[in-house]
Design a protein around this ligand. Structure first.
Ligand SMILES: C[S@@+](CC[C@H](N)C(=O)[O-])C[C@H]1O[C@@H](n2cnc3c(N)ncnc32)[C@H](O)[C@@H]1O
Length: 898
């Protein structure tokens, strides 16, 4: 089954934490209904967007005033995504269609999005509050929440799914997502880099089997592409965001894909640093990374999200888009610089405003040398069924006062009449269509794509695909129209000019492949520059708590998840140490030790890598190179820990042993050993100390574990690393499971015992479980084909102790599998915890009896209470609260952070 599932599914809650947009949901606070009118907005778009037909124009505005349908996408490898989709269709949709009406209104089941490949995207216009609160939807809601939590479903706006589909991305490519947070598109891109990988690896290992459903499910995937590293994906995705907190949302969102080919960085995209590559003997000059594909999904004024962010009707003003035009152009120019010749950049916004769209495309191409250097690609044949309008050749610009300007000439005429000679609202020539004399006047802007809300009941969006035709040198930015000498030169103005000069130098350095200064990161420079600008109007978002609207200052990003139906999780940023806090699984011995002493402790180490909000953020220590992250240190293959791991698991020499990495200055394995692709390793090593801010890299492969004896390897395989390494583990550490009932038992029961003859209750794995030596082993789940609905192959870590076994799975994955495969939402059974709780209660009761001579009936009450509490602790992952209680008390608790 799919790599997503193999790679440990993941914790992490809804959709990467919802961007600035969802924070935590404000479930029970209602703000007064927003009046969905905005005179300037309507006047401007009526004057600018060429919709001639009156009826259509009416539909355009009506759609923008209607709430956005919910939408989601099935993720992971194609086979896996199709399996989860089948469940929706076969188990949940038939129940929903029976509902028909709620509150007098018709109720709609989720509908497949016809143009999305393999119909892996769905949309439904039943309001969220109905889905959340109306009991007949309960099972569907539980399914959505559970699958979203483990990363099999991504709540994503339909239009936001388009840009990655136009990237023409294939495995093996180097890809950059410049403005990636919260990360829904980056997740799509990462999935694309891994398409067909499982099948390729199996092919490379000569283990293709006749009835291998995974290989079949991925048919269409080219098995010869990217097959050089024994089938392992060699491509790279760098997901970047200028905002430090949001870059951690990216980590949160993308980690669940468990990709060794991912790097997360935190830079201002206008100055994205040149990334050094190792020196090739054949190349005398230092080589820098160039990308095959770049996504520039830039910050924008966001009026395409009016349906989702109703406050925008009040907040929208023309200044927002005007203030973003130059940043957007700089981002696109930097993207074109960093592309390989023949490479493509997809530029997108969730704005309908041409100043952020066509005007940016023209300006960027112009700065990069015109149509000889950059092509606009015709995508009209792509995504058949997706309704769209062509980009515009002519447009007008609205200034902050609401005056609409037809051309730059008109602005110039006006400037002549003004004493200060300045354009209104800092309008610039680059914002307008080009005059016929420009070599960019004839660009085929109709190849840009505009998607409007009324066309297929979505948000509004703009997408353009550009191809770099030749090496290029970037022209300097056109100087801004300056005031006459007599105009006042304030300190602020001087500061702005200084920063602008600095920026020019930095841009040049970046273009030449030198590391850029850290100064402009996170928009500090831009803030200075744009201080006097009207703040982009859309920079308002829902916050986690019901803050009054005026305090809601986060940027509304088009892709902040569609106010996920799931309960929100914390989005607090974290230091890397926090972010990497592991959901470490425990052995029975761990649980016993802890439960005996702590069964009633209610505050324990956090278990998920969702950082818990802290009253006060811990002070972050900056490294010498300006970064905050723990360093990335690679281990020598000769390291004794690596040698020990190789021996214990009898790892095939085909598995690369030079890609193991740890995250501490000493460079010694302390708690976790990570694995990365070769390219990620080369990049991290070459760029150490250069000021490149790598926020995340590597998949946790081995975790330190208390071992029951000296012969047992203290490094267990982590569930997210398991799919990467499982195929190379020697058969003496593998157990094969083929029957659905046996799998149910392992999922349902924590620590099933094999000692004292109980192995016989473990079905076909009983004997093997009894005989295999202690420590971590690979459980290969290979359905025997007796159940048509159970075809999901998996590899999972299983820990064998003295007396019992345990599947080392994060609790969300366990719960999601129980629901998905067995439609089982009843509590997980943990006999050990129950026994410990009972023992604790007995002990306490007897102490109390002794000291206070408490009467027997009272003791019984307490005993019952404690036992029940312990049961609840491991019970019912059917709601967040239950899961958190389990966290606290430990059946799947991490031991310590590295
Ligand atoms: C439209 S959102 C991106 C949505 C994202 N692509 C997704 O699909 O989830 C724009 C993002 O750009 C980031 N951003 C703003 N200015 C930036 C800059 N100069 N460089 C890089 N990122 C920037 C914001 O923090 C925000 O996360």
């Amino acid at each position: 089954m799919g790599r997503r599932n193999f790679r440990g599914g993941r914790k992490g809650g809804n959709r990467g934490g919802g961007g600035g947009n969802t924070g935590g949901r404000v479930a029970y606070v209602s703000f007064p209904e927003v009046v969905k009118e905005n005179e300037k907005l309507q006047r401007y778009y009526d004057a600018t967007i060429p919709i001639e037909d009156e009826e259509e124009r009416k539909a355009f505005w009506e759609a923008l005033r209607t709430e956005l349908p919910n939408s989601f996408r099935f993720c992971g490898s194609k086979g896996h995504a199709l399996a989860v989709r089948r469940l929706l269709e076969e188990r949940y949709v038939p129940e929903i269609v029976k509902i028909e009406r709620y509150d007098g209104q018709p109720v709609q089941a989720p509908q497949p999005v016809t143009w999305y490949p393999d119909h892996l995207a769905y949309s439904m216009n039943t309001p969220k509050h109905v889905i959340r609160k109306f009991p007949p939807f309960a099972a569907f809601q539980k399914f959505l929440v559970s699958e979203t939590q483990v990363g099999n479903i991504s709540r994503q706006e339909i239009v936001s799914m388009i840009p990655p589909l136009l990237m023409d991305l294939s495995p093996g490519m180097t890809v950059l997502d410049m403005c990636a947070a919260p990360g829904s598109k980056a997740a799509q891109l990462l999935e694309m880099l891994h398409v067909g990988e499982e099948a390729r690896i199996r092919k490379a290992m000569g283990a293709m089997e006749e009835n291998n459903t995974d290989v079949k499910a991925e048919e269409g995937a080219d098995l010869d592409i990217d097959s050089g590293d024994d089938g392992r994906a060699t491509g790279l995705l760098i997901a970047n965001d200028a905002d430090y907190k949001r870059s951690h949302m990216l980590v949160h969102q993308l980690k669940r894909l468990s990709s060794p080919n991912l790097l997360v960085t935190n830079h201002d995209a206008t100055l994205f640093p040149a990334i050094k590559l190792p020196k090739e003997p054949s190349q005398p000059n230092q080589q820098y990374l160039r990308f095959d594909r770049i996504l520039a999904d830039v910050p924008c004024s966001g009026d395409g999200t009016l349906r989702k962010n109703a406050n925008l009707w009040n907040d929208w003003g023309p200044g927002g888009a005007l203030g973003l035009h130059s940043t957007q152009t700089r981002i696109l120019v930097r993207a074109l610089q960093m592309l390989k010749v023949g490479g493509r950049v997809v530029y997108s916004t969730c704005s309908m405003n041409p100043v952020e769209n066509e005007a940016v495309i023209v300006s960027a191409i112009e700065r990069c040398g015109g149509p000889d250097k950059v092509d606009i690609i015709d995508c009209s044949e792509r995504l058949p069924g997706l309704k769209r309008n062509p980009g515009m050749f002519q447009w007008k610009i609205i200034d902050k006062d609401g005056k609409i300007w037809n051309s730059w000439e008109e602005v110039q005429q006006h400037m002549l009449t003004k004493e200060d000679g300045l354009p209104p609202s800092k309008l610039a020539e680059t914002m307008f269509p080009r005059a016929d004399t420009s070599d960019c006047s004839g660009l085929p802007l109709d190849r840009c794509m505009r998607v409007y809300a009324h066309q297929q009941d979505t948000g509004g969006f703009f997408i353009t695909v550009l191809e770099k035709k030749a090496d290029l040198k970037v022209r300097p930015e056109a100087p801004q129209v300056k005031p006459e000498v007599k105009a006042t030169t304030s300190n602020a103005q001087e500061a702005k000019e200084e920063v602008a000069a600095k920026l020019a130098v930095e841009e040049e350095k970046a273009a030449e492949g030198e590391p850029t200064d850290v100064l402009p990161t996170s928009g500090t420079k831009r803030q200075i520059e744009d201080e006097s600008e009207e703040k982009p109007d859309i920079k308002k978002a829902k916050t986690a708590s019901p803050a009054p609207p005026e305090t809601q200052t986060e940027v509304v990003m088009e892709d902040a998840p569609v106010e996920a139906l799931a309960e929100p999780t914390s989005e607090a940023p974290a230091t890397e140490v926090n972010a990497e806090t592991d959901t470490e699984m425990k052995t029975e011995a761990d649980v016993k030790t802890e439960t005996e002493s702590e069964v009633k402790t209610e505050t324990a180490t956090p278990t998920t890598d969702t950082p818990k909000p802290q009253a006060q953020a811990p002070e972050r220590r900056r490294n010498a190179d300006g970064s905050y992250e723990e360093p990335y240190k690679y281990l020598s293959p000769e390291h004794e820990v690596i040698q020990n791991i190789k021996t214990f698991y009898n790892l095939s020499p085909r598995f690369p042993d030079g890609r193991y990495m740890v995250r501490n200055t000493a460079g010694e394995p302390a708690k976790a050993i990570y694995y990365t692709s070769a390219l990620v390793r080369d990049i991290l090593v070459q760029n150490e100390g250069r000021g490149v801010k790598f926020v995340h890299a590597g998949v946790k492969m081995f975790m330190k574990q208390d071992a029951p004896s000296a012969e047992v390897c203290r490094w267990r395989i982590q569930s997210e690393g398991m799919p990467i390494v499982a195929g190379y583990v020697g058969s003496d550490r593998v157990i094969r499971l083929t029957k659905k009932e046996t799998f149910h038992k392992l999922l349902k029961e924590m620590f099933p015992r094999f000692a004292e003859g109980e192995w016989s209750k473990l079905g076909e794995i009983g004997e093997r479980a009894r005989d295999i030596s202690m420590g971590c082993c690979v459980l290969r789940v290979e359905p025997d084909g007796s159940d048509a609905d159970w075809k999901e192959r998996m590899v999972l870590p299983l820990w064998k102790s003295f007396q019992s076994l345990n599947l080392m799975l994060p609790k969300e994955d366990r719960a999601a599998m129980l629901l998905r495969l067995f439609n089982d939402t009843t509590p997980v059974i943990n006999q050990t915890l129950k026994d410990a709780a009972k023992k604790d209660a007995d002990k306490k009761a007897s102490e109390e009896t002794k000291t206070e001579a408490v009467e027997t009936p009272e003791v019984k009450v307490e005993e019952t209470k404690d036992t029940t509490a312990a049961e609840a602790d491991v019970a019912a992952p059917s709601n967040d609260k239950a899961i958190k209680v389990e966290d606290t008390n430990g059946a799947t608790e991490p031991a310590a952070a590295q």
